[in-house]
Structures are given as C-alpha cells and as structure tokens.
Design a protein around this ligand. Structure first.
Ligand SMILES: NC(=O)C1=CN([C@@H]2O[C@H](COP(=O)(O)OP(=O)(O)OC[C@H]3O[C@@H](n4cnc5c(N)ncnc54)[C@H](OP(=O)(O)O)[C@@H]3O)[C@@H](O)[C@H]2O)C=CC1
Ligand SMILES: O=C(CO)COP(=O)(O)O
Length: 331
C-alpha cells in the first residue's frame, strides 16, 4: 500500500483542528502550519487550540508547529490543506518550495476565488501537482461533532484509489468511518454547491417557510447538483452517496452550518455586509455562488437555485421576491 509518509496540516481553524486531532491519534506526530505565532505559543501553553474547538486536547510534544509554510512543506510528505477557500491563495503566496512531489490533500469546501477553480484543479494547474497526487476529503462532517466523537463518515477522493485508501488509514477510528472514491472533481464541486444550497435553506428559514417547503427545496437542490456534476464531470456516480447528498443535507439542515446561519440572516433582512460582520466566521457559499455563476455561464446548466442566490447576494434582489419566483420552478 502507498506510504503517506509524514503528514502536515496547513491551516489553524476548526476543521484543521478536528483533522489534526484524528490524524495525530494515529501517527503520534504531525507538522502544523498556523499563520500566527501568538496562537502557536498559546496552543503550546494550553494544550489546545486557543481559538477553535477548545475541548479537543492535544499532546503538544507530538506536534511540530510553525508559522513558516516553507519549513513545513519541506519537511513533510503529505500536506493536508484546511484553510477557508478565500484565504488559500494568501497562504500559498508565501510558498517558495516546490510541492510537485508531495501528496496534496484538500479538506477545503470551496472554490479558489478569481480563478474559478476547485482546489485540485488549482494545485494541478498552478503548482503542477500530478492528478494522482491530489486528494480531497468530503462528507457530512461538522467539526464540532467530530470533536465530540459523534459517528461521522468521511470520503477520501483520489484518482489513484490506492492512495485514497492509504490516507483513510489515518482517518478511520471508532467514530470515523471512511469511504474512498475516484471522483475528486465531483466531490469538490458538490462541496461548493451544497454551501450555496445551505444559504438558500437558511434564507427560506429566515423568511419563515416551513419544513414542507425546505424538503422541496433540498429535493430540487440535489437534482440541480446532479445536473451540474453530470455536465462538468460525466462519470458513473450515485448522487445519493453521503459525500454528495449527505453533505447537502447536513449543511442545509444543521444549526452548526455557517452557510445556513448566514442565509437565515439574509432571509431575516440583514444586508450581506451586516450578516458577514455578525457571523464572525466565513460562509464560503457566498463566494461559491459568484464563482459557480461565472463557471455556469460557459456550462449553461439549468440551475435556478444558484441563479436565485446570485440575484439575492450580488444583485440586491429582495429575497422574498426572488424565492417566490423560485418556488414556481420547483418540482
Ligand atoms: N468547520 C467545519 O465543520 C468544516 C469545515 N470544512 C472546510 O474546511 C475549511 C476550513 O474551514 P474551518 O476550519 O471551518 O475555518 P474556521 O472558520 O474555523 O477558521 C478560519 C481560519 O481562517 C484563518 N483566517 C482568518 N482570516 C484570515 C485571513 N485574512 N487570511 C488568512 N487566514 C485567515 C483563521 O486564522 P486565525 O485564527 O489566525 O484568524 C483560521 O485559521 C473550509 O473550506 C471549510 O469549508 C469542511 C468540513 C467541515
Ligand atoms: O461542510 C460542512 C459540514 O460538512 C460545514 O459547513 P458550514 O461551512 O456551512 O458550517
């Protein structure tokens, strides 16, 4: 089996912390790049991330921390990128080290803004990482629940399924079941789209639509997701697998979801700016909406929910009017 070698986590937020906890439980050593030295010092002193998932405790002797991304990249074989998508380029801008020969795993559920590329395409096109060295982690997995050791399913996608299987070895546990897939592009796009649909679910919640309508919205969202995935990467897949439908459901229904929370505020009448300030956390579906709208200008897939989100979030159309129009297109 493929040897994943020494693993490093790139990013210091809640999902990075949850993944670090899982991986170090297996390997007893990880590298960890965080952007702020003060956070690293506090982490070492407290034995937990001072800002995210504070209940997840670590043996800091098992972690090599650094705010120098080049140092981490040089010394580790498998790099797990877990930064919010809008910040990925900021971190990579500092990179002077070649990553062509690394195994690059992304747990990012978002598109690289301005480039309109999912992360694997970005690493392939800009950093020359071969497709068989690129993997993604998907599936319904709120970091808060993973930290509480509530049973969760993670899917590792990689063109080279042997490599995907090797990486699942460092994720699987009593409370994490793992699956493999070769559908990297499909998983990445579905992870972006489910955020857009979770914003839609939140907006409808804020507008006081009930559970009956939410079910119709999500049913139509899964059909829309399927149409797009079939157009962008036409392979045999079941959209009902948990990595696609499951992640859509958890993000659309869970109170942990930042995207849904952001949408609820918009539905209640907050402006985009105010909702973003109030949230204090990032709802990547906001950025995903614009990127997907631009990508779909060339793809011409019928995506009424995406279009409605774009009109509300970027064209300033009243959510009440836009959702009313959307309801007429639903099956
Ligand atoms: N949270 C979850 O449940 C899940 C998240 N994901 C995905 O994981 C990825 C990471 O999200 P998550 O861990 O939740 O993020 P969080 O919101 O928990 O953390 C935000 C991170 O971004 C950093 N950051 C904030 N502002 C900037 C900036 N201007 N430039 C660079 N970095 C900045 C923060 O650093 P600092 O603390 O120094 O400010 C922090 O490390 C996302 O793509 C998300 O979709 C996937 C599955 C589950
Ligand atoms: O991807 C997630 C759960 O699988 C997290 O979604 P949010 O970013 O909406 O919180």
């Amino acid at each position: 089996m493929y040897n994943v070698g020494k693993i490093a986590i790139i990013g210091g937020g809640s999902w990075a912390t949850a993944i670090a906890k899982i991986v170090v439980g297996h390997t007893h050593h990880i590298g960890w790049y965080m952007r702020r030295d003060d956070r690293i010092e506090d982490f070492k002193r407290l034995g937990h991330n001072p800002a995210y998932l504070r209940s997840a405790r670590f043996n800091v002797d098992e972690i090599f921390f650094s705010s120098d991304i080049n140092r981490i990249v040089k010394e580790y074989d498998t790099l797990v990128f877990v930064t919010p998508s809008p910040y990925l380029k900021n971190h990579l801008r500092k990179l002077k080290t070649n990553i062509r020969d690394k195994f690059v795993v992304t747990a990012i559920k978002g598109i690289v803004p301005d480039e309109n590329l999912v992360c694997s395409e970005y690493f392939h096109q800009v950093y020359d990482v071969p497709l068989e060295n690129l993997a993604c982690i998907g599936g319904p997995s709120h970091a808060e629940e993973v930290a509480l050791e509530r049973l969760s399913y993670l899917t590792v996608g990689c063109k080279d399924v042997d490599k995907a299987a090797a990486f699942t070895e460092v994720l699987a546990s009593e409370f994490i079941k793992t699956k493999t897939s070769s559908d990297v592009i499909g998983i990445e796009y579905s992870s972006v789209l489910k955020n857009v649909y979770a914003i839609a679910a939140g907006i409808c919640n804020g507008l006081k639509y009930g559970d009956n309508f939410q079910a119709v919205l999500i049913s139509n969202a899964v059909q829309e997701m399927n149409r797009f995935l079939t157009a962008v990467h036409p392979i045999q897949r079941s959209i009902y697998d948990s990595v696609y439908l499951g992640d859509l459901l958890v993000t659309g229904y869970s109170n942990f979801s930042r995207n849904r929370t952001f949408g609820t505020m918009i539905g209640k009448g907050y402006s985009v700016k105010t909702a973003q300030i109030e949230m204090e956390m990032i709802a990547e579906g906001y950025f995903g909406t614009k990127c997907m709208k631009e990508i779909n200008r060339h793809m011409h897939v019928n995506m009424p929910i995406l279009d409605a989100m774009y009109n509300i979030l970027y064209e300033g159309i009243n959510p009440q009017i836009e959702i009313k129009l959307l309801t007429d297109s639903f099956r």
